[in-house]
Ligand binder design. Structure first.
Ligand code: HEC
Ligand SMILES: [Cu+2]
Length: 354
């Protein structure tokens, strides 16, 4: 027996020191989420203590041997109002506090860096605008808001980053977004937190938060040589989108330069703001919303473009300038030409487009 106890002790110590009740607070929003959680826990604990104290006290005070016959009580409006209004006030505080946080978590700041994520059974694929592809990992710079656009290729998944206190469903057929700003360098867990089939528990990865400099180096060393927008440009040509969308005056389709973020009027008079989701729908389901002044001649591309391909097309259309050229964006300029040439095609376990 003597030799077992140190082993158990060692195990216990190791378990206790490694067992994190609360994951690290590694994002800007994490301490705010924890503060709300702490408040809610404290309110519940105070409520629980109060109820237990009353139950115990009353069962002793009014036990049968002291009160053999029950007395009829008419109630007290003051008492009832008190135990209604105080909890109501506390719940309203939680509601307002929670809503403010919710909107903060789901409204990305305008300077956020864009990353696209595809979930599928059973992996996460991340696409950076500069053309870097990753599987089950996401490299991001510290102190920089990152805006994720998510979609699933098959069933529901949920992109969950506990250290950042953020998660978001990846849904088939529709883009969802979520943003975070990492505040500490390090490597953090990435989970799929929605049961999605046999290997759901293996759908895990890493979020690597790097210094701005290391991130730039990582971008340069991991590039595929073709930015997402450039890949989109290629697809745009190979799918013959150019036949109708080419920015010339007589073109059969509207010019797509500057369409992103603009407001379109549809034939039914409805006004829509063009965002990522609208672009995706316009490509896959063109007949659902026809732009005013145009004939419904655009064919559907449903089933012909992969989710990664759609991300490329969206990124291309977002970055089109009036000459139908890709605008230089901050992320694409970070592609150092030397590193681009040096990276052999097909390196870094890339996901192939199309
Ligand atoms: C046969 C001609 C034709 C082809 C090919 C075509 N489109 Fe279109 N497209 C149109 C027309 C016409 C409209 C406007 C009417 C509508 O909304 O369907 C349009 C609308 C759009 C819109 C909505 C924005 C707006 O200003 O109305 C997007 C985005 C778009 N096309 C992208 C594409 C992409 C990407 C491809 C290739 C994968 C493509 N189109 C291929 C004719 C075409
Ligand atoms: Cu999953």
């Amino acid at each position: 027996m003597d030799h077992i106890s140190p082993v158990i002790w060692q195990f216990l110590v190791k378990w206790l020191t490694n067992f994190a009740v609360i994951p690290p607070e590694a994002s800007k929003v994490a301490p705010q989420v924890d503060a709300l959680l702490l408040f809610m826990t404290l309110v519940s604990l105070v409520g629980l203590t109060l109820v237990i104290l009353l139950v115990v006290t009353f069962s002793i005070l009014y036990r049968r041997e002291r009160n053999p016959v029950a007395t009829q009580i008419e109630g007290s409006t003051l008492l009832e109002a008190t135990w209604t209004i105080i909890p109501l006030g506390l719940f309203l505080v939680m509601f307002v506090w929670g809503s403010v946080l919710y909107f903060r978590i789901y409204t990305p700041p305008p300077n956020a860096m864009q990353v696209y994520v595809v979930g599928k059974q059973w992996m996460w694929k991340a696409e950076h605008p500069g053309g870097q592809h990753e599987i089950n990992s996401l490299h991001v710079p510290v102190n920089q808001p990152v805006d994720l656009t998510l979609i699933s290729q098959d069933v529901f998944h949920s992109f969950s980053m506990p250290a950042f206190r953020v998660k978001r469903e990846a849904i088939p057929g529709r883009y969802t977004t979520v943003w975070f700003e990492a505040t500490q360098e390090g490597t953090y867990h990435l989970f799929c937190s929605q049961y999605c089939g046999t290997a759901h528990s293996a759908m895990i990865g890493q979020i690597v938060v790097m210094s701005q400099d290391d991130y730039k180096k990582w971008l340069a060393s991991s590039t595929s040589g073709v930015s997402l927008a450039q890949n989109g440009e290629r697809l745009f040509a190979s799918l013959s989108c150019t036949a109708c969308h080419n920015g010339t005056p007589g073109a059969r389709g509207p010019s797509l330069a500057g369409v992103y973020g603009s407001t379109l009027t549809l034939t039914n008079g409805q006004k829509v703001t063009v965002d990522d989701e609208y672009l995706r729908q316009a490509i896959l389901n063109p007949s659902a919303h026809i732009t005013q002044g145009y004939a419904p001649i655009m064919p559907t591309y449903e089933g012909q473009v992969s989710e990664e391909g759609l991300f490329s097309l969206v990124e291309y259309i977002k970055n089109l300038d009036t000459n139908y050229r890709i605008q230089q964006t901050t992320t694409t300029t970070e592609l150092a030409p030397a590193a681009t040439a040096a990276a052999p095609a097909g390196s870094n376990g890339k996901v192939s487009h199309e």
